[in-house]
Design a binder for this molecule. Structure first.
Ligand SMILES: [Mg+2]
Length: 111
């Protein structure tokens, strides 16, 4: 499945309580933060309770949360009229350019 196809299929379940763009942008950003937090919690509890050993069961649970983050990201891109393929390709291009210039480990959004 490519990113644009995923974005389109994910959009089938996009339902918002309000239709104004500001609300939807806020809702999606909150979703990204919330689902990211769910990943963090699972990893935290693995470190706290299981000596950092990630079982297959835990891995599957984290995978589902990664999918939840992906859903929100894909729909944020929809609202901003950004094809999801462009997000993925743009990120790879940016990282490749940084690697080429030897600035992967530096700081700052624009390197
Ligand atoms: Mg979740």
């Amino acid at each position: 499945m490519d990113f644009n196809e995923y974005q389109k299929l994910a959009g089938r379940t996009a339902m918002y309580a309000k239709s104004d763009k500001e609300f939807i942008l806020m809702y999606l950003c909150m979703g990204i933060a919330g689902e990211s937090g769910e990943i963090i919690e699972k990893v935290k509890k693995t470190i706290r309770n299981d000596a950092g050993i990630i079982t297959e069961e835990k891995k599957e649970a984290i995978q589902k949360e990664i999918g939840d983050v992906l859903w929100y990201l894909s729909q944020l891109a929809v609202v901003l009229e950004i094809p999801f393929d462009d997000v993925a390709a743009g990120n790879i291009k940016k990282l490749a350019e940084r690697a080429e210039r030897g600035v992967i480990k530096s700081e700052g959004d624009v390197r």
